[in-house]
Ligand binder design. Structure first.
Ligand code: PLP
Length: 369
């Protein structure tokens, strides 16, 4: 079965095989990854290797910490605001700007609002989040940015609507806080353009249970020590993500996934090339039959990771989805807020899987005349 789930999502087969082979006994350790202490030498080597691989793949500079946290993307919605603009935040008294380009950005802002004032700097909810501000989408308003904001929050890939920023928005020097949950490590980034990047792992980086945060240490340095200890980035920076019992198995899988990326592709430029190629296979089918496979996102901002489209009727959508399932193409149903179908094609989805879906889309269209 090729699983097109939005997350938890496919993992590379060699990673699953290695995890299976090492499940009873980690080489040189004599115990399972599920049994060893998070403070053991064996686990220290694993978390350090996972961090080193992420640093290498993304070129993370030394003044940024790489953290492995729990609580998912959703805790980050609140934690970013609490550390930066809340009563106990490093920039107490300032507000933050939010770009609402999909359902996740909206939820991130709702959580931040519980902490401190925030502003909407762009909102595409009126068109059910199918576009980005100018200059990314022609004819759209530009972002309405507050030059005095503590940060600008955006979601670089909106998983539900399949809307992706092709590059970072220009904030005129205001730090960028980015929810990269659904396209983390799909291409190389200039990390220095960001104040903080967070990504739950269960889409592109590993299994559920760990969230990766890359943070400029200076940005959060002045957050108050009175923040709850787990919710203070400085705790995790000082204790190298081992303040409490870390999600050891999830971090181990992130290590294997990042090793696989380095081994299989060498660098994220090669990963990006493959992601562009895979997405093009599906978008070419949609572009050739735009009244049959109706894309949700505008062309300038459609996602390389989540391809969201509708068919002309609910009956056709149902027939498309059930035919796909019979072919072993699973989890293609779109999110209820968008409807239709959504193919999530993260790094670990093999080209062959996307080709199978492409062939099925062509065939289904031909069958329907
Ligand atoms: N942000 C984005 C872009 C997501 O796609 C998701 C989950 O699907 C989340 C945040 C929420 O992550 P979690 O379920 O780990 O809290």
């Amino acid at each position: 079965v090729y699983n097109f789930s939005a997350g938890p999502a496919v993992l590379p087969v060699p990673v699953l095989e290695q995890a299976r082979d090492e499940m009873l006994c980690l080489p040189g350790v004599g115990a399972s990854i599920l049994e060893i202490s998070h403070r053991s030498a064996a686990f220290t080597a694993i978390i350090e290797a996972a961090e080193a691989n992420i640093r290498k793949l993304l070129g993370v500079p030394d003044d940024y910490a790489v953290l492995f946290l729990q609580g998912g993307g959703r805790l980050q919605f609140w934690m970013t605001a609490a550390n930066l603009i809340g009563e106990l935040g490093a920039f107490k008294g300032k507000s933050a700007d939010y770009l609402l380009t999909g359902s996740w950005g909206k939820q991130a802002m709702a959580e931040a609002k519980k902490v401190a004032p925030v502003r909407v700097a762009y909102d595409s909810s009126g068109s059910n989040y199918d576009r980005l501000p100018a200059p990314f989408c022609a004819g759209e308003p530009a972002m309405d940015l507050d030059p005095d904001a503590a940060y600008v929050h955006y979601t670089c890939n909106e998983t539900i609507q399949g809307v992706q920023f092709p590059s970072e928005p220009d904030t005129g020097g205001v730090p960028l806080v980015c929810d990269a949950s659904s396209d983390f490590m799909h291409k190389k980034l200039d990390v220095t353009k960001y104040g903080l990047i967070y990504a739950c792992a269960q889409k592109n980086a590993g299994p559920a249970g760990v969230t990766i945060v890359i943070v400029n240490k200076a940005l959060v340095a002045d957050a108050s020590p009175n923040l709850p200890i787990y919710c203070n980035y400085n705790t995790h920076i000082a204790e190298k993500s081992l303040n409490n019992t870390a999600p050891t198995f999830s971090i181990y899988i992130v290590k294997l996934v990042t090793e696989w990326l380095l081994r299989e592709f060498g660098d994220l430029d090669a990963v990006y090339k493959q992601n562009q190629m895979k997405a093009k296979l599906l978008y070419d089918v949609m572009d050739a039959a735009p009244d049959f496979y109706i894309g949700h996102a505008r062309r300038e901002c459609r996602s390389l990771m989540n391809v969201a489209f509708r068919l002309p009727s609910d009956e056709l959508t149902d027939a498309f989805l059930s035919g796909a399932k019979k072919r072993g193409l699973s989890d293609l149903k779109g999110h209820r807020s968008v409807g239709g179908a959504r193919a999530s094609i993260y790094n670990a989805m093999p080209v062959a899987g996307v080709e199978c879906l492409r062939d099925y889309m062509l065939e289904f269209k031909n069958q329907q005349g």
